[in-house]
Ligand binder design. Structure first.
Ligand SMILES: *[C@@H]1O[C@H](CO)[C@@H](O)[C@H](O)[C@H]1NC(C)=O
Ligand SMILES: *[C@@H]1O[C@H](CO)[C@@H](O)[C@H](O)[C@H]1NC(C)=O
Length: 662
């Protein structure tokens, strides 16, 4: 219907332009037409119709119609229209195409008996097939986020949630907080720690000998970011872990921590001593309150009487000492509240611990409360919850200003191409990279090019937003398979392909969207290797062995050898273009062995390349593996806030400095 309407208007336009007397009403119509015609060339040049030569069977015109319809969405920025139409045509080459051209051959993933990695190949095949379907759907324009639906989400926010113990258990011991927390929110949990049991798991009992058992009673209460990242464990925004029987300290203890991207921070342990006066307080509360410790020279049995006599005997200055707040088989009422500076925990009406906000997460990200371990939960209440969800929409994270749009691909050779692994819903991570180190003069001047490599997300609305984001910023390359933690290695291959085929880069670098890169410094590092030599630069791990047990175990089927080859740590390494070229070609010739750890895979490929062409392995600890060190070349696990802070320090102080807040 809409198509027809436009054609009629076009005829009208011709007729009307001949006549000079136009009424105001038609004038408005003309303005509309001007806007429409300005947009059409943009769609032709930058639209996705160009992307899909192979996979798209629909005629272009249909696509355009749908593109125009999409354009009506209120989130569509005006800048993109003017920016694109002002751009000279020659600079708008196929570079704006956002899909990786890496060729995935279905046969490639049919089980490869000799490599043993059959599971990985099988899942790659499925991810690729489903991804292709998703991408086609996305291009057809049929997938659209219903803006009403988005608004309705805020209606699903609840002011309070209340669950009985059995309801809580039925929900898998997780309470969902649909819109997270806000300042002043509080959660009250009534529970009873279980009587200690014998623990055989050496990891928990912390004994060397497997036969040694200790009595353990511990539980953990966690605020988790259920919506934040798929394919990883949810981040623990707050981890509160009382150990009634203590641990290696032999005294009851409460540990608190955070876990971001599956990496634990440093624990805050409360062991019964009040925090020192010079320590940081949280909303004027100490981080740890004092409680009576067994090693204060009193036996457990006499504690109660000691208590009494102390209260009765001393009338003047009563210093009130309390026992450890949790006891086996005794009911407790715990309240967790969100303050200005951190979380506060009260048990039975008394303050016990405070934990400063640490991660890059905001309170809204805390969308679930989970309780695990030796505790029976009687009931849970959450109240003063936010009544709307402001930041769920990606628009909140994206700053659609032309200032952050990537410069077009240069024609000639570039010094360095940086491929950044990212996930569909990492909107804020990408934005932080754009606003920080991607503003480096070498990137703005196109001597260095950086692109995000993203696969398709399981939630369709994320893909719709991703596609818009890719179109606006021009810095995203979509590798069209369904994203999966074990398949990031495919993105690495796509980075190699892009770096040597779409552009000719001298060096190819791979990093993550939580890696901070000092662009000029990493180039200097690579230049330490004499011109013309093949290189592999990074924080190189030698003689690492696969983990054979636990959650991240690698089976002998997946990795039969004793050791991994020398491999550079994943969050930041550099290759010379000949190696990248080799990887792309081997992949297409179905000769590349894939392993679920992308950095080990790279080590394996470089080792293979080294058999025929000598490679300079250059190791530097400054490609920091576990976070940030002063004088870093790259820093990892940096939250969006830290990224901006580090960029600011680099700019204002001219020297690399870490930012230790989260
Ligand atoms: C919002 O969604 C709920 C289901 O989650 C539905 O029952 C309700 O009718 C919706 N409201 C509107 C205004 O669409
Ligand atoms: C690379 O090849 C050289 C020459 O064959 C060899 O001496 C060296 O050990 C190889 N390096 C690695 C890390 O495999």
């Amino acid at each position: 219907m809409m198509k027809k309407g436009k054609l009629e208007k076009c005829d009208m336009f011709v007729a009307l332009s001949k006549q000079r007397s136009i009424q105001i009403l038609i004038g408005v119509g003309l303005l509309y037409l001007v806007l429409v015609t300005v947009e059409i060339p943009f769609v032709f040049r930058a639209g996705f119709s160009a992307v899909s030569q192979e996979s798209l069977s629909r005629p272009n015109r249909l696509n355009i119609e749908e593109e125009l319809e999409e354009r009506e969405a209120p989130t569509r920025p005006l800048e993109s229209v003017s920016m694109n139409s002002n751009e000279p045509t020659q600079s708008r080459k196929p570079d704006q195409m956002v899909v990786s051209r890496l060729k995935f051959d279905q046969k490639m993933f049919e089980s490869d008996s000799k490599s043993g990695a059959t599971e990985l190949y099988k899942s790659a095949k499925v991810a690729w097939e489903v991804g292709k379907k998703f991408w086609k759907e996305l291009q057809s324009g049929k997938v659209r986020i219903n803006s009403e639906k988005v608004e309705n989400r805020s209606e699903s926010c609840l002011h309070s949630v209340s669950l009985t113990g059995s309801e809580f258990a039925a929900g898998g011991r997780v309470m969902v907080l649909p819109c997270g927390l806000t300042l002043g929110s509080h959660i009250t949990l009534v529970g009873k720690p279980r009587v200690a049991h014998e623990e055989h798991d050496a990891k928990i009992s912390m004994t060397k000998d497997d036969d040694d058992t200790v009595l353990v009673s511990q539980f953990k209460i966690e605020l988790q970011g259920l919506k934040t990242v798929d394919g990883e464990d949810p981040p623990r925004i707050l981890h509160f872990n009382p150990r009634l029987k203590g641990d290696w300290s032999g005294q009851p203890v409460i540990e608190q921590n955070t876990c971001y991207r599956m990496q634990w921070g440093s624990a805050q342990r409360c062991e019964g001593w009040k925090s020192r006066a010079d320590e940081e307080t949280v909303d004027d509360q100490v981080k740890c309150e004092k409680w009576i410790r067994d090693d204060n020279g009193r036996l457990e049995e006499s504690k109660a009487t000691w208590w009494l006599s102390r209260l009765i005997g001393r009338t003047k200055k009563v210093t009130v000492d309390w026992p450890f707040p949790f006891a086996e088989d005794k009911l407790f009422v715990l309240t967790l509240s969100a303050g200005f500076e951190g979380y506060h925990i009260n048990v039975d009406g008394r303050h016990v611990t405070s934990f400063p906000y640490r991660t890059g997460f905001t309170l809204e990200d805390a969308t679930g409360l989970s309780v695990n371990g030796d505790v029976d939960v009687h009931s849970v209440f959450a109240a003063s919850l936010p009544t709307s969800h402001p930041s769920y929409a990606p628009q909140q994270h994206l700053d659609l200003s032309s200032r952050w749009v990537a410069p077009p691909l240069p024609d000639g050779e570039v010094e360095l191409f940086i491929g950044i692994l990212s996930a569909g819903n990492h909107f804020s991570e990408r934005m932080a990279v754009r606003k920080s180190w991607m503003q480096h003069r070498l990137i703005r001047s196109s001597n260095v090019v950086a692109r995000f490599f993203v696969a398709l997300h399981a939630r369709k609305e994320v893909n719709v937003e991703l596609r818009k984001e890719a179109e606006f910023f021009g810095d995203i390359v979509i590798v069209p398979y369904m994203d999966n933690y074990d398949l990031v290695v495919l993105k690495t291959v796509a980075i190699c392909e892009y770096g040597v085929r779409r552009m000719s880069a001298k060096y190819i670098m791979k990093c993550d969207d939580d890696t901070f890169v000092r662009v000029d410094a990493v180039i200097d590092e690579a230049k330490k290797v004499p011109e013309g030599r093949s290189l592999y630069v990074g924080n190189i791990n030698y003689y690492h062995k696969p983990l054979r047990y636990g959650k991240w175990a690698v089976t002998y089927e997946e990795w039969p050898e004793e050791d991994y080859p020398p491999y550079a740590n994943g969050p930041g390494y550099i290759l010379s273009s000949d190696i990248a070229q080799f990887i792309a070609s081997e992949f297409e010739a179905r000769k590349l062995r894939l392993f679920k750890m992308e950095d080990v895979s790279m080590g394996m490929w470089v080792e293979k390349f080294n058999r025929t062409n000598p490679v300079e392995y250059l190791h530097s600890l400054k490609f920091c593996q576990f976070g940030c060190i002063e004088d870093y070349l790259t820093a990892h696990y940096q939250s969006p806030r830290q990224m901006l802070c580090m960029w600011d320090k680099l700019q204002t102080q001219g020297r690399p400095h870490c930012c230790n807040m989260r």
